[in-house]
Write a protein that binds this ligand. Structure first.
Ligand SMILES: CC(C)(COP(=O)(O)OP(=O)(O)OC[C@H]1O[C@@H](n2cnc3c(N)ncnc32)[C@H](O)[C@@H]1OP(=O)(O)O)[C@@H](O)C(=O)NCCC(=O)NCCS
Length: 251
């Protein structure tokens, strides 16, 4: 199996970051200047290559087996672990962590110092606020009962799944295993211990639903017809009779 490659090399008297992925996107190469604004693409020829626009800061730690999609930016001191798969136009902020094998969908943003532990799965357009944490170990211990240090084979990792367009507020904690529904918002500082319904706005410790939110992120308002309306998009929803969930009204 071919692996992606990422690294920095000295060429033509310049520092170059190179990135070669095994899948559909195959090759890109960049020149580093003094700061990110100076990074510019340098096309290099290769018969099957596609040059992609990937921006990876020199101080970022990107594993050679990670796949970084076109248009993505990895900022200073971020760490992208082995086999992580980032889609197109993903932004990973300073000091953020993306665990082994984590999938991050297109157009997602992971803000500074957020920790996305494996095996998290983020759909397209997910927002992870600064210093938010997605956990992966329900009953954590550094050591086994015999005092010996635990390694990865001594525990079963559990993950956080986040559906399209959902947002996790600053310093919130999503305690795995948990699913955050599409277009839901988790308020700043919340601790999520149960699944969150699509379009729910949850807050507090433990997080409880306080409102509904639309795709715009704004709270939905109850209109005269008794339906939930997003003033900025005009989208309308009704509460399902059998569950605390919304369904979109399309007619
Ligand atoms: C929840 C949030 C979206 C505000 O929504 P809102 O519709 O304006 O909410 P309101 O201000 O009307 O507050 C509704 C209630 O929730 C409470 N509340 C608001 N934010 C809260 C939070 N983060 N945690 C706990 N309770 C919160 C309010 O105190 C209020 O309680 P009350 O009814 O008892 O007075 C906002 O506070 C928030 O957390 N946004 C995320 C910000 C963020 O992390 N951004 C990341 C990029 S920096």
């Amino acid at each position: 199996m071919t692996h992606a490659e990422f690294g920095i090399e000295q060429q033509f008297g310049k520092r170059l970051a190179y990135y070669i992925s095994p899948a559909e996107v195959t090759y890109a190469s960049y020149e580093y200047g003094g700061n990110s604004a100076d990074i510019r693409k340098i096309a290099r020829t290769s018969p099957e290559s596609t040059v992609v626009n990937v921006r990876i800061q020199e101080s970022a730690d990107v594993d050679s087996s990670a796949i970084i999609g076109e248009g993505s930016s990895i900022w200073h001191l971020a760490q992208i672990r082995d086999e992580a798969r980032l889609g197109s136009n993903v932004v990973v902020g300073r000091g953020a962590y993306v665990g082994s094998g984590v999938h991050v969908g297109d157009n997602s943003k992971i803000q500074n110092y957020a920790l996305v532990y494996e095996p998290a799965n983020l759909a397209d357009g997910v927002f992870i606020g600064p210093a938010a944490v997605l956990t992966n170990d329900t009953f954590p211990r550094a050591i086994n009962p015999d005092g010996g240090q635990k390694d990865v084979s001594d525990w079963d990792a559990v993950g956080v799944d986040i559906e399209q367009g959902a947002s996790i507020g600053a310093r919130a904690v999503c305690v795995a295993p948990v699913r955050i529904g599409a277009w839901a918002t988790v308020a700043a500082g919340a601790v999520v211990t149960n699944d969150v319904a699509p379009h729910a706005l949850v807050a507090g410790v433990p997080a409880r639903r306080i409102k509904w939110v639309g795709k715009s992120g704004s709270p939905l308002e109850l209109n005269e017809a008794g339906l939930w309306e997003d003033a900025s998009t005009g989208d309308v929803y009704r509460e399902k009779e059998d569950s605390d969930e919304l369904e979109e009204v399309t007619e």
